[in-house]
Ligand binder design. Structure first.
Ligand SMILES: CSC[C@H]1O[C@H](OP(=O)(O)O)[C@H](O)[C@@H]1O
Ligand SMILES: Nc1ncnc2[nH]cnc12
Length: 313
């Protein structure tokens, strides 16, 4: 397992998670590749630290692994988020292919959701706080509004190509891997959902637990199956739109990086830090010390968060 010290020289604060069809940022210069075991196992893929020609660094991780080997229920999300946090990531932009549940959200449009409805089935490990160290995260606003605004300012990147960037939409995250039935698709529409995917949960929750500013950038690939007399979603349809979406994702990221770096330097994401400080509920006497040790990997200051002194171990 790597230590924070070992990675402290990397100095990368921006994490990018690529989803279906977005498996690398290999147009940028690779500085380093990291593939370490975390207390929650190995991440989906190596983390590639890249630098763009202007000197901006990002840490890229492929959600489904190299060659797309994990289905949405199998993704080791705890290891993914823990590994990014361990190397110093403070902000995550997570790209995801989604189905559109609204006529006006066309294939190849991008969407910044501000809400999630969780339709996963409880089979994905979805918290760092268990086994004798319990905390309850505030999840009313699953995405980071500062990050969303910063990305939205660059909607012209998409508009220039004839596509839209929609903000403040509701995403429903289903278990999969089968796509929805027509009844489910219509149910999600009746609930006010705008887009559907299989990967926002538990990723968004875990980022929140680790005090990371997290925004999903959804890339529409299809109209799911709610439209009468229209072809319902298939992997072929999703992938046929992903080439264009990937190119646009790279352009969008390139446009936002200077603002993002500036926002980090200006402390715009600082309010996330310490957000878990009052979320722990386990009594000091009852805490599982092994679990506390595990959490040192992601919170080097876990003891002060818990209000215990170093000689407590
Ligand atoms: C390949 S279609 C279904 C698949 O696509 C999305 O993946 P990701 O969010 O990683 O881009 C969706 O969530 C499903 O996992
Ligand atoms: N229609 C859909 N349902 C769930 N996940 C998706 N990812 C891309 N399209 C999707």
């Amino acid at each position: 397992m790597s230590s924070n010290n070992e990675n402290s020289m990397i100095d990368v604060r921006i994490g990018i998670i690529g989803g279906s069809g977005l498996y690398n940022f290999d147009h940028l210069k690779t500085i380093k590749e990291i593939y370490h075991e975390t207390p929650w196992g190995y991440p989906s893929s190596k983390i590639t630290i890249t630098e763009d020609p202007r000197g901006y660094k990002i840490a890229f991780l492929a959600r489904h692994g190299k060659g797309h080997i994990y289905n949405p229920s199998e993704i080791p999300s705890r290891a993914n988020i823990a590994a990014l946090k361990n190397i110093g990531v403070e902000v995550i932009i997570a790209f995801s292919a989604v189905g559109s549940l609204r006529e006006e959200i066309k294939p190849k449009d991008f969407i910044l959701p501000d809400q999630i409805i969780d339709r996963t089935k409880g089979i994905r490990p979805s918290t760092f706080f268990e086994n004798g160290l319990i905390a309850h995260v505030s999840f009313a606003d699953p995405f980071d509004q500062v990050l969303s605004e910063l990305i939205y300012k660059h909607k012209n990147v998409l508009e220039e190509g004839g596509y839209n960037l929609h903000q403040n939409k509701t995403l429903v995250c289903m278990e999969g891997p089968a796509f929805s039935t027509r009844a489910e698709s219509n149910l999600y529409r009746s609930w006010g959902c705008d887009v559907v995917n299989m990967s926002a949960i538990p990723e968004a929750k875990l980022a929140k637990e680790l005090e990371i500013a997290y925004q999903m950038v959804c890339m529409s690939t299809d109209y799911d199956c709610w439209r009468q007399n229209e072809e319902s979603v298939t992997v072929e349809i999703v992938l046929s739109n992903m080439n264009k979406n990937s190119a646009n994702a790279k352009k969008l990221l390139e446009a936002i990086l200077p603002d993002l770096e500036q926002a980090l330097n200006d402390g715009k994401f600082e309010s996330n830090k310490g957000s878990m400080d009052y979320s722990f509920v386990t009594n000091k006497e009852a805490m599982n010390k092994e679990q506390v040790k595990k959490l040192e990997y992601v919170f080097p200051d876990i003891l002060s968060k818990l209000g215990v002194s170093p000689d407590w171990f």
